[in-house]
Design a protein around this ligand. Structure first.
Ligand code: BGC
Length: 749
């Protein structure tokens, strides 16, 4: 192969067109004699899924062994970007061994509704958290010379009708909720590739969405990599290429349509050159790593990383009377099939073959811990077997403590469909009833890719560990946490509602007749629950520890018109080494638009020895305070007061203070349709209004009635083109005076 970096100018029209579709389901199209490699690209996102047989085949089930790291459902609860980066580095090493040039992930769509079938693959209901965590995967993988694919761009938040549905979303919700995770990662880490979503956005397929793929992604954010289609998301080669899609996957063998498009003028040569050059550049970036032969990654070391990642993914939701950690010599009943047959990853295109798995029971054995096991229930749909319940009750009765493993079986959640309920399977709940009647010290260990209802039963148990999906080392991680070798440090990346009906998107889920209206706007997850003071079972950002911490010395100051900085000290006030996450929320105290009560704008996880203190520091930039103004078509920081809150969940704010910001001074130009109130409050308009009043007093214009609250209120909301309603005949002259003076003031500037 030619080692020189080829240029698109060296290729024929047909060769350029060939680069814009794959070689097969999992390969780029190479042009060997021109030095363009036909490298493999494959899933993703929580480990490598490479088909074991015929590598071009679309076979999801037979894949080479790879380390199964916790899917995002778990890893997102770690709030630990460095750890996530280590996972990315390890995944890249596996790609190098397997000669995979790009791994298809991370997937950073927002968990709009907990029923979403891919919530297990997605990071959070909060875009700041999703972006600041998943960026670790991109940086980690790419630091080793392997590419990532940031997906699914954009607004893929449900599986129902996913190939066709139009997600109808306001510009503001797009900018504030559905795009920022992509934006942050693009600007910070330049993923080599992005994958567009299947769905349409406001009527336009993502693959054909020039506004998205070109204007926003490349124009506004400065993206330099390529965009590929999701598998089968490109329905019109010419329209997609024109929109900014570099690569159709898998190929539909229609490159001749592109050639024809150039010949008949529906595709410009320049656009094809740009798209093809992107593919050449991608191949050039991957070449060094793909030229390494005989590389072998260290499977044991990667298993250890998976274990560490799993340790930090577990969230302790409830721990009455310090029931956890258990003593090593406690008499423990372990009930639930999940303890023997762990549910550790989700279904669909991300499903991988682990290098090994450790169940909880195996991990107990390795650690020489005794327990009495009863499966309690089967993971299929068969009715409950009475004997399994009896056996579980016996085990519960004859031990001091019960660890009850409950969760969603594999069939209950996967890519490809959405769930219809948050409830755990009825037979598991029946076992819970029976076990709680037999023993009052029950700790539930949950395995699920997205939220399940806990409110109906949580008062009957002493402890709850939300262990999400923990990857292949999950059993060991649970032993680490349950027996206290590791203090739990996970924090919820999604709220756990009381009931499904409480979810702000419930009214518009999952849409109808080909569209789904995102009527809740920016009020997604805790942005809704906290603003409208709705009870939740457990709030966003929540998670207990075995240790105790104190936050002190919180100091907040404005550092510029639209920026601020925050300092605080966090101390471990216990005898237990542990990690705690300091969360920072910004709450605008007044705004011209409806804003969430507060939003996450910073977090840092610190590990502290007993008694140790650490200073933490946050620099808040413009975006920490801005909202997307539809009026300006831009971000806007209003002048005013902002409360900055520091705490350990969205509802456990420990300290707060208010900063006064000058704002970004953006102002809309005034015109005849601006209200009298807008004129009055505008610095330029306000002076003109004062002069107009003086003219009125002098008898040269109609007089504005003073000290008449009713009239003032009425006037304030009135566009100035309607002043005659209040001022009578002279109203037109008043309007004209305002407009003329304003024009003069603006042209004088
Ligand atoms: C999924 C993508 C995945 C691709 C390739 C699609 O169905 O939506 O996430 O990367 O298949 O397996």
């Amino acid at each position: 192969m030619n080692d020189m970096n080829p240029s698109v100018d060296d290729l024929t029209l047909e060769q350029k067109a060939s680069l814009t579709s794959g070689g097969d389901a999992w390969h780029l199209q190479g042009i060997e004699d021109k030095g363009v490699g036909g490298y493999m690209i494959t899933d993703g996102p929580h480990g490598l899924r490479k088909t074991a047989g015929e590598t071009g085949a679309l076979d999801l089930n037979h894949t080479v062994p790879a380390t199964c790291f916790p899917p995002a459902a778990g890893l997102s609860s770690s709030w630990n970007p460095e750890l996530i980066r280590a996972v990315g580095e390890a995944m890249a090493e596996e790609c190098i061994q397997e000669k995979v040039g790009v791994i298809l992930g991370p997937a950073v769509n927002i968990k709009r509704n907990p029923l979403g079938g891919r919530c297990f693959e997605y990071w959070s209901e909060d875009p700041y958290l999703a972006g600041h965590e998943a960026v670790g995967i991109v940086e980690g993988v790419q630091s080793k010379g392997v590419g990532t694919s940031l997906k699914h761009f954009a607004v893929n938040n449900q599986e129902t009708d996913r190939l066709r549905i139009s997600a109808n979303v306001s510009q503001r919700a797009l900018r504030e909720i559905y795009l920022p995770a992509f934006e942050y990662i693009v600007k910070t880490a330049q993923p080599w590739t992005m994958m567009c979503a299947y769905n349409r956005i406001n009527g336009v397929h993502s693959a054909q969405n020039r506004w998205l793929l070109t204007d926003v992604l490349r124009g506004e954010w400065g993206y330099r990599g390529i965009v590929m289609s999701d598998w089968g998301a490109d329905h019109d080669r010419v329209a997609s290429l024109n929109a900014g899609l570099n690569l159709e996957m898998p190929p539909s063998y229609t490159d001749d349509e592109i050639v024809e498009g150039v010949k008949n003028g529906t595709v410009s040569r320049r656009q094809l050159d740009d798209m093809a050059q992107g593919m050449i550049d991608l191949s050039a970036k991957a070449r060094a790593a793909m030229s390494i032969d005989g590389y072998r990654y260290d499977a044991d070391a990667h298993h250890d990383i998976a274990r560490r990642a799993a340790d930090e993914s577990i969230v302790l939701l409830k721990n009455d009377d310090g029931i956890l950690p258990l003593r090593r010599d406690a008499h423990v009943a372990v009930i639930g099939e999940f303890a023997r047959t762990p549910r550790y990853q989700g279904g669909g295109s991300s499903h991988i073959t682990p290098t090994r798995t450790t169940s909880f029971l195996q991990a107990l054995e390795t650690e020489r811990l005794d327990a009495q096991f009863a499966p309690g229930f089967t993971l299929d749909d068969e009715p409950q077997d009475r004997r399994l319940t009896d056996e579980a009750v016996d085990a519960a009765r004859s031990n001091d403590v019960v660890l009850l493993f409950m969760g969603l079986p594999e069939e209950a959640e996967s890519e490809g469909f959405d769930r219809t309920s948050l409830d755990l399977p009825a037979k598991q709940l029946a076992v819970l009833d029976a076990v709680c009647a037999a023993n009052s010290h029950v700790v539930v260990v949950l395995s699920n890719g997205s939220v399940v209802s806990v409110a109906p039963w949580r008062d009957r148990v002493s402890g709850i560990l939300e262990s999400w999906l923990l990857g292949q080392a999950g059993g060991s991680a649970l032993v680490d946490v349950i027996f206290g070798a590791v203090s739990p440090s996970g924090k919820l990346a999604q709220s756990i509602p009381m009931r499904m009906q409480d979810d702000p998107s419930a009214m518009n889920w999952p849409g109808e007749e080909g569209h789904v209206d995102y009527g809740e706007g920016v009020f997604v997850g805790y942005r809704y629950y906290d603003t409208f003071e709705r009870d939740v079972a457990y709030p966003f950002g929540y998670g207990l520890s075995y240790a105790t911490f104190a936050l002190s010395d919180v100091a907040i100051e404005a550092t510029g018109p639209v920026t601020a900085s925050v300092r605080a000290t966090i101390t471990n006030t216990s005898e237990i080494a542990a990690a705690q996450t300091v969360e920072l929320y910004v709450a605008p105290l007044q705004a011209d638009v409806a804003r969430p009560r507060h939003e996450l704008k910073g977090f840092v996880k610190v590990r502290l020895e007993p008694g140790e203190s650490r200073h933490v520091h946050f620099d808040l930039d413009e975006r920490a305070f801005a909202y997307w103004s539809q009026l300006f078509g831009d971000w806007h920081v209003q002048r005013g007061r902002y409360r900055i809150e520091v705490g350990t969940s969205s509802r456990d704010i420990v300290a707060d203070d208010v900063v006064e910001l000058e704002g970004d001074a953006k102002r809309m130009p005034l015109d005849a349709w601006s209200t009298y109130g807008q004129w009055r409050k505008d610095p330029v308009g306000g002076r003109i209004v004062e002069r107009m009043k003086a003219e009125g007093e002098a008898g040269r214009l109609p007089r504005i009635p003073e000290n008449n609250v009713g009239v003032e209120l009425f006037l304030d909301s009135m566009p100035i083109n309607s002043l005659t309603v209040i001022l009578g005949k002279g109203g037109r002259a008043a309007t004209q005076y305002l407009l003329d003076e304003y024009a003069a003031a603006v042209s004088a500037r």
